[in-house]
Design a protein around this ligand. Sequence first.
Ligand code: C5P
Length: 402
Amino acid sequence: MSLQGKKIILGVCGSIAAYKAAFLVRLLVKEKAEVQVIMTKAAQEFITPLTLATLSKRPVLSQFSPDLSTGQWNNHVDLGLWADLLLIAPISAHTLAKFASGHCDDLLTAVYLSARCPVWVAPAMDLDMYQHPSVQTNLKKLTSYGNTIVDAEEGELASGLSGVGRLAEPEHIIQKLSAFFEHSQSLQGKKVLITAGPTQEPIDPVRYLTNASSGKMGYALADEAAQRGAQVELISGPVSLEINHSAITVTSVTTAEEMIEAAQERFSKTNISIFAAAVSDYAPTQKYSQKIKKKDDTLTLTLRKNPDIAQTLGKRKTEGQILIGFALETNNEITHAYQKLKKKNLDIVVLNSLNDAGAGFGHDTNQVSLLNRKNTDILKFNLKDKADVARDIWNFIEQYEV
Ligand code: C5P
């Protein structure tokens, strides 16, 4: 099991959901993780250290002084170095604010500041508290520090109200942790380039040619790569998506010309490139400097072909670089996908068929088939959430590399 032998510090804060920490400890121990619990003072009002010490089979730590007098290793720096992951579940609005601002007045905050390992926080609070701009801002700050937020879940809250704010179920947290450790090191040291979203090709100052790409697939691929330890350069056309990982650098572009320029600059240093952008094949030959006036019954725009980013970089591909392209097809899908693979000198093609409902542009789901240069095997997947599709694609790329 992927949590076996993992050293987890579980921070517990003062929230009614603190009782769920007992379930979390039990599940972590069951998965054979080593668990060191640190409780804030307030947490002990909700659940006793004895319960968590018994379940974790280790003394629970809380403050500097009493603990320092008893142990040899329970200081914050050692703890921060010992852990493979620091999980705070539940994290209260109070401790969240302290983490966000760097306040350090107890063992948990000191360990947070010393930790070199990944930090995950799972908030739990009443729905209005959770929605408050200060809490949301603090969560964003933690994200910007590279921490992972395990979003609160929706349901009945201790106050009797119903909404988002419940601590994520311990089983869900364990599943996420397992997935994280399973994948976390697999792309360590790799540099990944991803193009995503549509491009916009200006006609005049207020009009442009574009398409319905949402960028969701490219962003999901970037997110998954970062979670597996890669450094990601994401070159994105105009989309309304956010990125929540410190290992992803986003370069925002508008036109195909800008996208190819950004991609070319970064390509030689990249191990794996994924061309997930729906680049406009054509752009107006001329951009009108003034808004085009409504005049004649017909208006003719002349278009010129845009550079093909995948194909251009495919020509520059060197030994060891892997290139992945997408093919969105309506007929003779497999044949066209293989043609694209050869023409653009790609290693893998992700094929979407427009004949599959729920696949391709704009949806949260996608259905893909994966084919590669080495053999004629085609792997066809079911309709899935784009995050799951990203996992399948990365598993395929990693196997291809071996
Ligand atoms: O030839 P077609 O446009 O169908 O190829 C799709 C693949 O090529 C996608 O991976 C897409 O990101 C990439 N592409 C590109 N530059 C273009 C057009 C497509 O990189 N101008």
